[in-house]
Design a protein around this ligand. Sequence first.
Ligand SMILES: NC(=O)c1ccc[n+]([C@@H]2O[C@H](COP(=O)([O-])OP(=O)(O)OC[C@H]3O[C@@H](n4cnc5c(N)ncnc54)[C@H](OP(=O)(O)O)[C@@H]3O)[C@@H](O)[C@H]2O)c1
Length: 324
Amino acid sequence: MEYVTLNTGVKIPRIGLGNSNRGNKIPQVGLGTWKAQPNQVGEAVRFALEEAGYRHLDCAPIYFNEKEIGEVLGQIFREGKIKREEVFITSKLWNNAHAAKDVEPALGKTLDDLQIDYLDLYLVHWGVAIKGNIGEEHLDATGTLISAPVSIQETWEAMEALVAKGLVKAVGVSNFTAPMLLDLLSYAEIAPVVNQIELHPYNAQTRLVEFCHNKNIAVIAYSPLGRPRSVINSGSRLPVLIQDPVVMNIAKAHGKSEAQILLRWAVQRNTIVIPKSMNPENMKSNLLIFDFELTGQEMQALTNLDRKLRYVNPYDWWKIPYFD
Ligand SMILES: NC(=O)c1ccc[n+]([C@@H]2O[C@H](COP(=O)([O-])OP(=O)(O)OC[C@H]3O[C@@H](n4cnc5c(N)ncnc54)[C@H](OP(=O)(O)O)[C@@H]3O)[C@@H](O)[C@H]2O)c1
């Protein structure tokens, strides 16, 4: 096993992806960057890399902050404090660039913004194609997203071409269901190495995780903490996962935070986690999950919290029953 060793001596496992040896191994904990505000994200990424010891960043052009992240990456790599090849960097193809002719230009913009010349992993963000500029979404009179007639096969072939050109080390998908994966695997010359999906005890998706692992597709858990701040701040009625009594009791038993328990549950079921934080203390503590273990009973108690609850549900924005 390879590790990222923090200056505290803590070791974060690095996991191999797919069958090929082309790529860098992915550290099992990475830093999420969605809703990381452009005026904050640069310093947060600098802290994450230079102080906390993160070596894995999860980015996307739809987060509208790749430019600010790139300014910091450019500086850090130029100064030579950390080498480009030590950091695993993921980004994602947005829905407006699924047409074959648009895929490489979209990647080019991400690489320019991030000030790097290759990605470790490029994901198809959603299995939905649309027209227009990034950030633009057109709805019909019923409030349903107007999609573009581009097949996933067309997009995937363009993704594969990026690997051949050396612009990305590996390709994968995000928000793919089992039937979508089966279809993709039927024609893919390069199989997806990752499926990035919403995973936490309220949306455990145990069967999809098993299915992906059986197909040699690693699973990255997004929103692994259940997006606590958005849920609390929006005053929504969604339950707050980190305040669940089962999570709180297990945290007490181990002398760990609720967030650490949720992240430990994720890594113990062999998924990769990308908690987002802009707070230095949270960033550091989210890495400290390899010095304890949950018992089989605790793992099961957390999995039993499953209620198929999604904090990220495209039906709310697109009226597409994507996961129904
Ligand atoms: N592929 C996709 O479609 C998709 C969808 C959603 C997310 N993602 C990726 O996954 C990443 C993570 O998901 P997410 O951002 O939705 O949600 P999340 O990681 O579950 O939650 C992030 C929130 O948790 C707070 N937090 C972090 N560490 C904490 C701790 N130790 N204790 C208490 N609160 C803590 C953060 O606040 P502070 O900043 O104040 O710490 C932030 O508000 C995203 O940032 C993005 O990179 C991908």
